[in-house]
Every structure is written in structure tokens, then in C-alpha cells.
Write a protein that binds this ligand. Structure first.
Ligand SMILES: *[C@@H]1O[C@H](CO)[C@@H](O)[C@H](O)[C@H]1NC(C)=O
Ligand SMILES: *[C@@H]1O[C@H](CO)[C@@H](O)[C@H](O)[C@H]1NC(C)=O
Ligand SMILES: *[C@@H]1O[C@H](CO)[C@@H](O)[C@H](O)[C@H]1NC(C)=O
Length: 457
């Protein structure tokens, strides 16, 4: 969903400003957690009929034999690749394909665009800082023979603050892993595209975009044009309006509630959930907390959606009762965009997934950064050190966060001068985000440039 929604939103943006285009989205078969995408695709198909979804044939995989989620995703794309060319050729019979836009996981389809003479662009669902790191990755790779996880050093990447080697994306930590190989291949191919479209806006963080455009990220190599067309957010929270939590939020004072949610893949152990509960209770703050079941010990279940959490057994005895006047715990899901934009919400404890970050920026809600996977540690670095809109949470080496730390950071976010300063900064960013998406704003202008290129092609 985290990849699909921004892509669909980009399609909607194209159609809104340039209605002479049509958009076809090729979907590889979902290999796990399929429920949510099916409902979402049905919803978009009926509400935005000018977006067509084309489903590529099903692929059966022995999920257990893959070392990671990313490995499954790369394999599905690799196996789907033979269907891409015939699909594009069929579409070409009735329309000219102006552009072929691919996610980074679809890198194996990049040569097909070239074979068919269709300009092929990358669509990056993470931010400009991650893009600067991705483009620079082959250079970092060449500069060492070690795995980043074993280096214990600061890496210097043009446009981003010095990054501890252990903060690299998880798939990039172990040089000998299949994920590393796949991501290295992606990063080598990024400069070979016609351009890179990124879900950010020009003024959110300027240094990484400048470093890329001035050629510092890929020294000696090619730099394709970069188009910031965001923020593209989930504009329809499917069941969002009318959700019970909104009634509860209506009754809370302005900007008094801290919202905690860790994305669709962020799972905590039972011990960590209890620790968060203790910290929240001691903080004395109002909270809205989305709790998901801990990861299953059963390896064969690791790709299945987790079951509904049993709150009474997961949370400390009496917690729900003791906090019922100032806290609400939701099972598994919240209508996040609506929640963040509710006037009662004043802080966000987040896993730093890029979509969540953009949603917080647009809603002007300062954050506590608790990165869990993918490029989220890099996002933390940028949020804390570059943008100054988030507090860093002390995380032990094994990933554990103590109740005292949860308590301290939540208080600091909601009550301190620093919290207030962060709110001021993020309010300015949210104004800039809205300006970027208006007619004449930077993101709409970038889209206009792309469309000019597509019309000439
Ligand atoms: C690397 O990327 C190219 C596409 O640019 C693709 O043809 C090739 O199969 C990829 N290699 C691996 C090992 O995935
Ligand atoms: C990395 O090293 C390889 C092999 O020497 C070379 O072909 C490639 O151009 C280098 N890439 C970068 C980005 O330095
Ligand atoms: C909830 O807490 C109150 C006192 O704070 C207590 O009287 C009541 O028995 C508790 N209810 C449950 C279900 O534990």
C-alpha cells in the first residue's frame, strides 16, 4: 500500500492538471497481505475511471524460502518481467505511451522501456535525502570492501548530514546478502532513466536536491533530471470519516493528544508494547495509540497479516481502565490523515516511514522519531538534524526502548520549549507544502515540465 497509494495519487495529479492523458497502472500480483490492496483498487477503479489497472498474471512462490520481504518483492517483479513488454505493446496498439514510470522494485523493466523507445522514469516513494543516498550508493560501495554494518563510522554523502554506517537501510547493511545485491543493481540503474520523479517538494529539504542536480551524488556519471511533484498523500482514508476515534478526538482539548502509529509493517514485541504503555501512562499526556499484534513466532506466518490484537493480554493489567479518561487505544488501524489533521492532535510518535512523515508535515504535527525498517533511520537523521521537526528517541542496540525514554520524549514533545519550536518550523513547512501543490507552485510546475517532455516525445 505504501508504494501503490503515492503512485495512484500521482496518476490522479496528472489527470487533474492534464486531462488529455490517460493512466494505466500495471500491478504485479500481490504475494502477501493482499486484502487491503484489493479493496483499495476497487475503490479507485470506481471513483477514478480514467485510471485503468492492469493485473499481471499470478505467480506462485514458496514464501518460506525467501530471506526477506524485499527478496520476495524483487522475485515477483523479476518473474513478472516477461509480461511487461507484451503488455506495453498491446497498450500501444490503441494509444501512444508517452512515459513509462517505474517503482525502484521494477528496475528489471528499465531496459524494456529503452527497447520500445518509451522514456522511462523512476518514481521514488521516499524523500530527496533517500534519493541522494541511493544515487551515491555505488560510489559508497566502491569505496570499501566491508559491509556497512561492520564499519562503525560516519558516511559522508553529498546533501545529507553525516550518516552512521549502521543507519543505512537494512537491505544495504550486509554486503553479502541478496537484498544488497538487488539494491546495488537498482542504484546503478537510477542514472540510466529519463528522469526521477520524487514524492517531496522543493522547499522541504533543499540540500539533497541541490547535490543531485549539481552532479555531486554521482561523480563522473550521468545525472538525470529530478522532478519533485509532492506531497502526494492518501486523499481517501477508505473508512476514515465517521471513525469512532474522531468523536473521541472531538472531546479533547486543542493540540493536547499525542498520536502513536508505526505503519503497516511496524510490529513490536509484547514486552515492548508493555513498555510503551507504562511510558505513556507515566507521561500524563493524552494519547491515541494504534496497537498491532506482535510478530508471530511461527516463521510460516511471517508474511500473513497479524491477527487482531488482544489488548487485555498485551497491555499491563488495568492500563486501559486507568487511562480511559485521557487515552484511546485502537486495534491495528487508524484513519491517519484525518487523525493528524484533527485539531486535538499535537504530536506524533512515528516509525518515520516517508508517507507518514509527509502526512505529519502537511498536518503541521511535530514528531518523535522511532525508526523501524527500510530507510527510516535516514529519515530520522533528516527530521532531527536537517528539518528540526522531530525529537530523537534513544533506542538500545537491540532496538528496545525503555518506558522512561517513552515518557521523557512524549513529555518533551508536548510540553517543552523545544517542542514548541519544532511546531513553529513544521507549521511553516506545511504552508510551503500547500503552496507547492497550488497552480504555479513548484510541484505543479515540475509536473508541467514533465508533461511538456511527454508531449514532445
Ligand atoms: C539489474 O538490472 C537490470 C536492469 O537494468 C536487469 O536487467 C538485471 O536483471 C538486474 N540484475 C539483477 C541481478 O537483478
Ligand atoms: C565502481 O567500480 C566499478 C568497477 O571498478 C566501476 O565499473 C564503476 O564505474 C564504479 N562506479 C562508481 C560509481 O564509482
Ligand atoms: C477501574 O478502576 C476503578 C478505580 O479507578 C475500579 O473501581 C474499577 O473496579 C476498575 N474496573 C475494572 C474493570 O478493572
Amino acid at each position: 500500500m505504501g508504494h501503490l497509494i503515492p503512485m495512484v495519487e500521482f496518476g490522479k495529479l496528472i489527470l487533474h492538471h492534464h486531462p488529455s492523458f490517460s493512466v494505466t497502472i500495471l500491478l504485479v500480483p500481490p504475494s502477501f497481505n493482499t486484502g487491503s490492496t484489493a479493496a483499495y483498487i476497487r475503490h479507485i477503479s470506481t471513483t477514478v475511471p480514467s485510471i485503468t489497472f492492469h493485473h499481471l498474471p499470478l505467480i506462485s512462490l514458496e514464501l518460506d524460502s525467501f530471506p526477506s520481504t524485499a527478496a520476495v518483492i524483487f522475485e515477483v517483479h523479476h518473474r513478472s518481467n516477461p509480461h511487461i513488454r507484451p503488455t506495453l505493446e498491446t497498450i500501444s496498439l490503441s494509444a501512444t505511451i508517452s512515459a513509462f514510470i517505474i517503482d525502484i522494485f521494477c528496475t528489471c523493466a528499465l531496459p524494456i522501456g529503452a527497447e520500445l523507445n518509451i522514456p522511462t522514469y523512476y518514481f521514488i516513494i521516499s524523500g530527496a535525502s533517500d534519493l541522494a543516498l541511493l544515487i551515491h550508493f555505488p560510489t559508497l560501495h566502491n569505496a570499501t570492501t566491508k559491509s556497512f554494518r561492520d564499519m562503525n563510522t560516519l558516511l559522508h554523502v553529498p546533501g545529507i548530514p553525516p550518516i552512521p554506517s549502521s543507519d543505512m537501510s537494512k537491505p544495504m547493511l550486509d554486503r553479502n546478502s541478496m537484498d544488497y545485491e538487488n539494491f546495488l543493481n537498482v542504484t546503478k540503474n537510477l542514472p540510466n532513466s529519463a528522469g526521477i520523479i520524487v514524492n517531496t517538494f522543493e522547499r522541504l529539504v533543499t540540500k539533497p536536491l541541490k547535490a543531485i542536480r549539481e552532479g555531486e551524488s554521482n561523480p563522473g556519471g550521468r545525472t538525470p533530471p529530478v522532478f519533485s511533484v509532492g506531497p502526494l498523500l492518501a486523499s481517501e482514508d477508505l473508512h476514515g470519516r465517521g471513525h469512532d476515534c474522531l468523536n473521541w478526538l472531538d472531546k479533547q482539548p486543542c493540540k493536547s493528544v499525542v498520536y502513536l502509529c508505526f505503519g503497516s509493517l511496524g510490529l513490536f514485541s509484547a514486552a515492548q508494547l508493555k513498555e510503551i504503555a507504562v511510558g505513556l501512562e507515566r507521561s500524563g499526556q493524552r494519547f491515541l495509540w494504534v496497537v498491532r499484534s506482535p510478530p508471530s513466532d511461527d516463521k510460516s506466518k511471517r508474511f500473513l497479516p497479524p491477527p487482531e490484537p488482544d489488548l487485555d493480554s498485551l497491555l499491563p493489567a488495568g492500563f486501559l481502565n486507568r487511562t480511559k479518561d485521557r487515552g484511546l487505544v485502537l486495534k491495528s488501524w487508524a484513519p491517519q490523515v484525518v487523525v493528524l489533521n484533527h485539531e486535538s492532535v499535537g504530536g506524533f510518535v512515528t516509525h518515520c516511514g516517508w508517507n507518514s512523515v509527509l502526512e505529519a508535515v502537511c498536518a503541521a504535527v511535530p514528531m518523535v522519531a522511532w525508526p523501524l525498517y527500510a530507510e527510516q533511520k535516514l529519515n530520522r537523521l533528516v527530521l532531527v538534524e536537517d528539518m528540526k521537526v522531530a525529537l530523537r528517541l534513544e533506542v538500545a542496540e537491540d532496538g528496545f526502548v525503555a518506558a522512561e525514554e517513552v515518557e521523557r520524549r512524549v513529555r518533551e514533545l508536548m510540553e517543552s520549549e523545544k517542542g514548541r519550536e519544532m511546531r513553529k518550523v513544521i507549521e511553516e513547512k506545511s504552508v510551503e507544502a500547500r503552496a507547492a501543490m497550488r497552480e504555479g507552485g513548484s510541484s505543479i510546475a515540475a509536473l508541467g515540465k514533465l508533461v511538456e517532455l511527454w508531449k514532445r516525445a
